[in-house]
Design a protein around this ligand. Structure first.
Ligand code: SAM
Ligand code: SF4
Length: 330
């Protein structure tokens, strides 16, 4: 189905839970979330009904996110049931990967197609700092598990944070030379009350290319040979580059410095059953408790309510989402 700005909505991101086994400073408060009752959250049946309705309206791609989707006990069953829904061509997962060694093989068998893994630093102390409680080795083991299980595309997502990991940009990008994982740098988004990072933390993703060129200068005949833009896929939100000789791509997601609303083909469903037409707006449409027919009406309403674009985001002008990222799914 198309929205009123003629964008075809083909992608549904489903947040399965607000809970997480980590506490990333830019994503959620240290104390975690006030646990909502089971009755407030979408059941597996309701999620499947929502996927069927979305597929009927033209959605072909589903991403499962959270919070941490792998803390959901029924995650494998959910993937296999979504896989059976007519019209769904691709199921993807966004995860911190710490539980992937346990689940990767079963998820693959259930039909999961792609995995995105969040990793902001390669330094164990910095990893502990940014996640408050996590261990780098667990996420690295999760990346290995995903690669060894044979997922066709494993992407690493790194949130760019000035003063925290801008000195590791090239190390993170160099992962694409060592293993077949794309690395995508995501600009830090100023969400509801997530981490009070200072103004200098908000850096544009273009610094990634500058830093890579700086480090590789002189190693190739021309500067232009160091890193090249590969494609800018329609409907894709990233600009894609490849370092000379790499096995995978470096992507830039400039959600803050250069938003991509005109290419937005997605809609979001929160774990407490609300459709969000736009990540950065506070508009929410409740579908929990509805049957498929009533859900379809609400999906249509949400798609037609997609704004043309969200307001400019910056340190001074925060997202209007009125939720932290763990309550939306990224
Ligand atoms: N727990 C999973 C994970 O970390 O991949 C999935 C949920 S997490 C909310 C989804 C994505 O949102 C992650 O890649 C995370 O880095 C990103 N994210 C969270 N807060 C963010 C913020 N303030 N700005 C930019 N990205 C953010
Ligand atoms: Fe958890 Fe992902 Fe948020 Fe980190 S970014 S706290 S892993 S939901």
């Amino acid at each position: 189905m198309r929205d009123i700005f003629k964008r075809e909505i083909k992608y549904l991101r489903i947040s399965l839970t607000e809970l997480c086994n980590l506490r990333c400073r830019y994503c959620m408060p240290e104390e975690g979330v006030c646990k909502k009752s089971h009755e407030e959250m979408m059941t597996q049946e309701e999620i499947i009904a929502a996927v069927k309705v979305a597929a009927k309206l033209g959605v072909t791609k589903i991403r499962l996110t959270g919070g941490e989707p792998l803390v959901k006990k029924d995650i494998v069953q959910l993937v296999s049931r979504i896989k059976e829904v007519n019209g769904i061509e691709e199921i993807c997962l966004t995860t911190n990967a710490s539980l992937l060694p346990k689940y990767a093989a079963d998820l693959k068998k259930a039909g999961l197609d792609r995995i995105n893994i969040s990793l902001d630093t390669l330094n164990p102390d910095k990893f502990k700092f940014i996640t408050r409680v996590g261990e780098l080795k667990d996420t690295l083991a999760g990346i290995d598990a995903a690669l060894n299980t044979g997922f066709k595309k494993v992407k690493i997502n790194s949130v760019l944070i000035g003063g925290f990991n801008d000195d590791e940009i090239v190390d993170l990008a160099n992962l694409t030379l060592k293993q077949p994982t794309d690395v995508r740098f995501i600009e830090l988004m100023p969400m509801y009350d997530s981490g009070d990072f200072g103004k200098d933390a908000f850096i544009p993703s273009t610094v990634v290319i500058e830093k890579i060129k700086e480090v590789y200068r002189g190693k190739f005949e021309n500067d232009d040979d160091i890193i090249k833009e590969v494609t800018h896929k329609p409907g894709g939100v990233a600009r894609i580059y490849r370092i000379n000789g790499a096995m995978a791509d470096v992507g830039l997601i400039s959600a803050v410095s250069n938003h991509f609303c005109s290419e937005c083909n997605r809609i979001r469903l929160t774990a407490d059953g609300k459709l969000k037409p736009c990540l950065h707006s506070n508009q929410e449409i409740l579908i929990k408790g509805l049957d498929e027919k009533a859900m379809e009406e609400k999906f249509r309403e949400a798609i037609l309510a997609k704004p043309e674009k969200h307001d400019v985001l910056s340190y001074e002008s925060r997202s209007h989402a009125e939720r932290n990222m763990n309550q939306i799914g990224g």
